[in-house]
Design a protein around this ligand. Structure first.
Ligand SMILES: [Zn+2]
Length: 278
């Protein structure tokens, strides 16, 4: 399971993971910077409230979620802090963070839910977005994994939460690793290497030394390995291999744009149960 498909709806462009799509159980997408109303460094589909006019962000979110067939008023987000807290989204949380960042789950970098028709999202601009689906228990997850979250194992924390909340078997879980800074561009130093080496015996497989106390870190492979260690099957993990920094014309990249940029979003929702609508 490796394929991502680029989709266009007028000016709006996003990516979808074929493996998630083919289940027919979810609506989901990984945004690009195309198709919104924001300007300059935030042009144009900025989905985060930082740095931008609220009205522009809400219009951008409306466009993206509507294109996915989702209700932007029901969107749920977390206030991301590069931690490993995973929150369960229940009926009383619907719409948390849809209109204001402050309403999102405090200090939360990942969400899970079994509610249908409730989009959960993470925001990124180089960090790794990971979407999850357990097609057996009908539960989903979304994680924001920068280097801190990645070395702290947030990819695994979501698998654990899906087990706790919904009885998920890791072997059933599908995961998609979306657009983020690639091993081609992500240079790190010992600040990252020390916790990486402390936490993962396989650390050599996810870095390439470039001398001078610097390494290139492969966050895609790191998160893939963390998922495999958590019991997710290799064939159920898709890696988009889309580098936000190389493709800064298509994506927001914190590094490539020297810290002033917009936010991409990865969104997923379980489809409404058809039987209930009859
Ligand atoms: Zn790159």
């Amino acid at each position: 399971m490796t394929n991502f498909t680029r989709r266009e709806e007028g000016e709006l462009v996003y990516y979808a993971a074929d493996g998630l799509e083919s289940t027919g159980l979810v609506r989901h997408g990984f945004s690009t910077r195309h198709g919104g109303v924001s300007r300059d460094a935030l042009a144009s589909l900025n989905l985060g409230f930082k740095n931008d006019e609220v009205s522009s962000v809400l219009e951008n979110r409306r466009r993206f979620l509507t294109a996915l067939g989702l209700d932007p008023a029901r969107l749920v987000t977390g206030q991301q802090v590069h931690g490993t807290v995973v929150a369960e989204v229940t009926a009383r949380d619907v719409g948390r963070g849809a209109l204001r960042w402050e309403d999102g789950f405090p200090a939360t970098d990942a969400l899970v839910t079994s509610l249908s028709g409730v989009p959960i999202a993470v925001a990124t601009a180089d960090c790794v977005p990971i979407l999850y689906l357990d097609p057996v228990k009908k539960a989903i997850g979304a994680a924001h994994a920068g280097w801190r979250g990645s070395v702290r194992g947030i990819a695994q924390a979501v698998v654990t939460k899906l087990r706790e909340c919904y009885g998920s078997n890791p072997e059933d879980i599908l995961a998609a690793i979306g657009p983020s800074i690639g091993p081609c561009c992500y240079e790190v130093d010992e600040r990252v290497m020390i916790p990486l080496q402390d936490n993962f015996p396989f650390w050599r497989r996810v870095v390439e030394p470039r001398g001078d106390g610097h390494w290139f870190l492969n966050l895609w492979e790191l998160n893939r390995q963390v998922l495999v260690a958590a019991g997710v099957l290799e064939r159920n993990i898709a890696v988009g291999e889309l580098c936000t920094s190389c493709q800064v014309l298509d994506f927001f990249s914190y590094r490539a744009e020297k810290g002033f940029t917009g936010s991409l979003a990865a969104v997923i929702a379980l489809k409404e149960d058809n039987k209930k609508q009859l």
